[in-house]
Design a protein around this ligand. Structure first.
Ligand code: 2M8
Length: 247
């Protein structure tokens, strides 16, 4: 079994914590693959804290990073000490387009401002700002978004508008990783856990899709999913105990 999981609002609660899952994670013997809007630098903090050394998907499916030789061979090219497969575009390309528009985004915000808006610490805000393949827009008019949609994927993340390459999405990244796992282990059963609309492509790719609850209920989906009663981390624990074990 393989767990593909979103972070914000899914494994992590609104304070970016997952205390309630720590014990369970320690006991699990299956890969836990983060599939998140967060940058490599943010995700590395959580990987280290939770002792996870599986591949991970950054910036809404823009890139897959895998520890060297994780799949028994080289995939993609070497970047930041990992094997990297890039599905999106370099952030610089996005910023070139954004420059001429009237939008407020991480690029023209200070770390302090990002911290105030997100509730992330200053350290974590700096890591969130250090994006490689996407830009986070905080304020924009319809005209600017319409223009950006011609060239990029423009999606509402948890709160903000995420702009990334048209070739990138969480579903595609999960499909590629599932195939790599199948090459390694033969047949695998995949579990996907999310809470928001950007998780839908990921949930469509897995054998067992599951939603955790948001404060105001579950998102609408037009396919069968398991709906956990718990909000964020509590729902995550519920899903993993039900479909993977570790109780
Ligand atoms: C942004 O992403 C979230 C979750 O999707 C959002 O749009 O609300 C990103 O900047 C991410 O890197 C950051 O960690 C997060 C913090 O809330 O905000």
């Amino acid at each position: 079994k393989i767990i593909f999981t979103d972070l914000d609002g899914t494994l992590l609660d609104k304070n970016y914590r997952c205390d309630k899952a720590l014990e369970l994670i320690k006991k699990l013997e299956v890969p836990i693959v983060f599939v998140s809007a967060k940058t490599i630098f943010e995700q590395e903090v959580f990987r280290k804290m939770l002792g996870i050394s599986d591949p991970f998907v950054v910036e809404d499916g823009s890139a897959i990073y895998a520890p060297l030789n994780y799949f028994g061979r080289r995939i993609g090219y070497r970047r930041h000490g990992y094997d990297a497969l890039i599905l999106g575009v370099e952030r610089e390309v996005i910023l070139q387009h954004i420059k001429s528009l009237n939008v407020k985004s991480y690029a023209n915000m200070s770390v302090e401002e990002i911290s105030k808006l997100t509730g992330l610490s200053l350290e974590m805000s700096e890591l969130a700002k250090r994006r490689e393949f996407s830009e986070v827009i905080v304020e924009a008019d319809e005209k600017a978004l319409k223009y950006l949609k011609k060239f990029f994927n423009v999606q509402i993340g948890g709160r903000f508008i995420h702009v990334y390459g048209k070739g990138a999405d969480k579903g595609k990244a999960v499909r590629i990783l599932t195939e790599l796992y199948e090459d390694l282990y033969g047949e695998v059963v995949t579990i996907g856990i999310g809470n928001s609309y950007t998780d839908i492509p990921m949930l469509r790719e897995v054998d067992i899709p599951a939603l955790v609850r948001n404060e105001d209920g579950w998102i609408e989906v037009d396919f069968e999913v398991y709906r956990a009663n718990g909000v964020a981390t509590e729902g995550w624990v519920e899903v993993v105990k039900k479909f993977v074990g570790g109780d």
